[in-house]
Design a protein around this ligand. Structure first.
Ligand code: DCT
Ligand code: MG
Length: 372
């Protein structure tokens, strides 16, 4: 049904190098890292060989905090600059041990370098520590960790003087939407990382469910797990059928099937707004137009090889997991798969590379040659 589920059953590794994603249907483990001179590192994430091994976590964690803090304050430039800098450092097969080594690296500005210098000198960044101890940062971080709560809602609650979950739940004027209610209800489970074994178990469950609906179903694991990550915050799948148009009813049938099995804890279904005749879209859009649903599923420990991750002693024998399903028509499959594989920075730079280096327009739906 797909290389993903087949390779899972055969126990083949799913780790893939991002550089080879397009052609690679029989993934292999990345080879031993070769020393990379800083001067050869591309400014585009899609042109950098990047493994899941991060030799510069001490710096990239710091950059992530600063990026997030700028994001909470809606300051986009420095936010993206820190994410870009983190992505460059993640691609290095060596740890930065002195600032001089970063001289020829792209995307590292004065601010990033100053943070790195502090860390190299003192083992920590005072700027990062200041952010981490900031009440507004802490509160927004907490609030946006709830499924269904974005920076806008978090900010609104913060401005009303709310600081904790109990503040929110005790505030009678706050009407949580359905997604937020489920977010709070399953908070402990869905804020815990999802393991690869758990993702595989969910893959088997969804595989079985779609096969029961149609024999020509196509299922692929995407997102971080397709990139070879060991853990994720959710599990992302593409589900479609080899017969064009037949995908239109696939998601609703699949949701019905999961409901019947009693494992659907939450479902937000967004119908397709995809219209090929309206492409290409020159306006930047955060989301694609394919039908999709954001789910919370109940996963039994007995279905997971090696058991549930981090559930020792809770005695329930199951956990809730966030699952995203996206359902493009089969002739859009390649673009959807490429777009949903991520990482976000890889996707951002792939589009920028297409635009500026190839005069092409790429999104999750299509690739257009601007000269034609
Ligand atoms: N994506 C996209 N458009 C969005 C959101 C996501 O094209 N608006 C793509 C990029 C990454 C991929 O979908 C999966 O998204 P996430 O699950 O958020 O990221 P992830 O890399 O799978 O990370 P995690 O391991 O935390 O789930
Ligand atoms: Mg994911």
């Amino acid at each position: 049904i797909s290389w993903f589920t087949d390779s899972m059953r055969e126990g083949r590794p799913v780790a893939v190098e991002t550089r080879h994603l397009i052609q690679d249907t029989s993934p292999t483990l990345p080879e031993a890292p070769a020393p990379t001179p800083a001067s050869t590192v591309s400014q585009y994430a899609c042109q950098r060989r990047t493994t899941t091994e991060n030799y510069n976590k001490i710096f990239t964690d710091a950059f992530e905090v600063l990026a997030e803090s700028y994001e909470f304050n809606e300051i986009e430039g420095p936010c993206l600059a820190f994410r870009r800098a983190a992505s460059v450092l993640k691609s290095l097969p060596w740890a930065v041990q002195r600032l001089g080594a970063t001289e020829d690296l792209p995307c590292l500005g004065d601010h990033s370098k100053a943070v790195m210098e502090e860390i190299l000198q003192y083992g920590r960044s005072f700027e990062v520590e200041k952010v981490l101890s900031d009440e507004r940062y802490q509160t927004l971080k907490l609030f946006t960790s709830v499924f269904g709560v974005g920076p806008k809602t978090g900010e609104k609650w913060y401005r009303r003087g709310l600081r904790s979950f109990s503040d929110i739940l005790a505030e009678p004027s706050i009407q949580l939407n359905r997604m937020q209610q489920s977010g709070f209800l399953h908070y402990g489970d869905i804020s815990r990382a999802v393991s690869k074994a758990e993702a595989q178990a969910l893959g088997n469950i969804i595989d079985e469910a779609v096969r029961a609906i149609t024999p020509d179903a196509v299922l692929a694991l995407t997102g971080g797990f397709r990139r070879g990550k060991e853990f994720g915050h959710d599990v992302d799948f593409i589900v479609t059928t080899t017969e064009q148009g037949k995908e239109k009813r696939l998601l609703t049938s699949l949701i019905d099937q999961l409901k019947e099995q009693g494992i659907l804890l939450f479902c937000d279904h967004q119908a397709s707004t995809f219209d090929m005749s309206k492409l290409p879209s020159h306006r930047f859009e955060a989301m694609d137009h394919f039908a999709k649903c954001f789910l919370i599923l109940r996963l039994e420990g007995s279905q997971v090889v090696g058991g549930l991750h981090g559930a020792e002693g809770d005695g329930r024998g199951w956990r809730a997991v966030r699952v995203d399903l996206v359902s493009p028509p089969i002739d859009r499959y390649a673009f959807a798969l490429l777009g949903w594989t991520g990482s976000r920075q890889f996707e951002r730079d792939l589009r920028r590379f297409a635009r500026t280096e190839r005069r092409m327009l790429l999104d999750n739906h299509a690739l257009f040659d601007k000269t034609k």
